[in-house]
Design a binder for this molecule. Structure first.
Ligand code: KE4
Length: 426
């Protein structure tokens, strides 16, 4: 007898492609039927069969405070009661812009949008409009949303421009995107040596969360900054995932590198649809209606969504917030690593702030190539065993995980204990 989740998944597939509104939710990477959640509260989610899980996905990063934080919910309710949307400026959008520019020194100006994809798509168009150049550098394993110029895979040669990485992306658009290896300074230098004057922008996840977690080397980010400066290219930090997740000043504050443009999402919406792009005034003033680079959105800066984001951003500014989140996330990684070691399972884990990576390989990967040597089957086995035990990790071996402020030390210890039982029976 199929359960409610399976019944819902079967029904969902009749009218929604794959039964989901975003592919990774379909569990295709790990197998089985996705869980349909009916409620979230603090660190926990409950599925359609009434099963409760400690949640280490947190809606892919936004839920840094945990689910249904009362102050965030109240902000949404009170704002919504005064009207859902106006398509006109509202004070709350100005409050958000002021707060973001106060929190991030690299932001002179910022434009709100409704998703991370919109933020990165707009930032790239802006960088191309500002420089008058077309070429773009991204890195293999980094994901920046699904706009055409970013759904590109590496070309055949080391420094040849890219090919489409999705149906529907025109080859003559993909050819403007050069896909390089993350953390490979020599290749980045060679690319600028050969194409520097053509490069409009480099876009990078300053901590990668989309090939699992891969941390940057200090040399890599510094080289990127210097090369962009020397060649007049725009450095875009895609902080949709790392923004206010890895620290109070995002990854740019954590690593001390100042980008020209920053894209944001997830945490700044607190679970509601908010994205943003911003940076140097001289660049941002090229955006319509001030300048020639067009960008727009019916629900951009939606007051109800912004209310959730503002409430979240104000709460994460509390003293000690990131120190405690970082401590708990590291405790999870250290606990899982020690448990695996006690039972001889090839496993490693690392964290940056409130995001983490789990790897079924002996050491944490530092590149896309090393990520590809992780044991995907082992991860899938771990994923389902932990899911059955009531601990919900990202349904893919190639995604980062997230801890929220609502996770207690006891929750972390319970997850480590559940993993110990899984590793013991490995
Ligand atoms: P959205 O359009 O999904 O709001 O943001 C796109 C995006 C941009 N940049 C980075 C660094 C991102 O991580 C994302 C989206 N992240 C994925 C998680 N890997 C969202 C989950 C999904 O696609 O359903």
């Amino acid at each position: 007898m199929s359960n409610r989740n399976e019944q819902l998944f079967e029904r969902a597939q009749r009218h929604i492609p794959g039964g989901v509104n975003s592919p990774v939710r379909a569990f295709r990477s790990v197998g089985g039927a996705p869980r349909f959640f009916v409620e979230g509260r603090g660190p926990r989610v409950t599925d359609a069969d009434g099963r409760s899980y400690l949640d280490y996905v947190g809606s892919w990063g936004p839920l840094i405070l945990g689910h249904a934080h009362p102050e965030v919910v109240r902000a949404v309710q009170e704002t919504a009661a005064r009207g859902l949307s106006f398509g006109a400026p509202t004070e709350i959008e100005v409050d958000m812009a002021d707060l973001l520019c106060e929190l991030l020194p690299s932001l002179d100006m910022v434009r709100l949008v409704s998703s991370g994809t919109e933020a990165t798509m707009s930032a790239i168009r802006l960088a191309r409009g500002y420089t008058g150049r077309d070429a773009l550098i991204k890195f293999e394993g980094c994901y920046h949303g699904h706009s055409d110029s970013l759904l590109v895979k590496a070309g055949s040669g080391m420094l040849t421009f890219g090919n489409p990485d999705s149906g529907g992306v025109p080859a003559d658009l993909a050819q403007h995107t050069l896909v390089l290896a993350y953390n490979d300074v020599a290749q980045l230098e060679a690319a600028f040596a050969e194409h520097g004057e053509r490069i409009a922008a480099v876009i990078v996840e300053p901590v990668v969360g989309n090939m699992n977690l891969v941390a940057p080397t200090a040399e890599f980010l510094k080289a990127m900054r210097d090369l962009c400066t020397r060649n007049g290219s725009v450095l875009i930090f895609d902080e949709v995932m790392t923004g206010f997740r890895v620290g109070p000043q995002c990854a740019q504050g954590h690593y001390g590198i100042t980008p020209d443009l920053t894209t944001l999402g997830k945490v700044i919406g607190g679970g509601m649809p908010v994205g943003a792009f911003g940076g140097k005034r001289e660049i941002m003033e090229k955006i319509a209606p001030l300048g020639p680079v067009y960008q727009a959105g019916t629900l951009s800066g939606n007051p109800v969504a912004v209310a959730a984001g503002l409430a979240t951003l104000r709460l994460v500014q509390q003293p000690g917030f990131y120190a405690d989140l970082t401590r708990k996330t590291k405790a999870l990684c250290d606990g899982l690593t020690a448990a695996a070691a006690r039972h001889g399972v090839a496993f490693s884990a690392q964290s940056v702030g409130g995001m983490f990576g789990l790897y079924f390989r002996a050491a944490c990967p530092t590149s896309y190539a090393e990520v590809m040597t992780c044991d995907k089957d082992a991860f899938n086995r771990f994923f389902h065993a932990m899911l059955d035990a009531g601990h919900y990790f990202a349904p893919s071996a190639f995604e980062a995980g997230f801890v929220s402020a609502a996770h207690t030390d006891a929750d972390i210890a319970a997850t480590v204990a559940a993993a110990e039982a899984v590793f013991k029976a490995w």
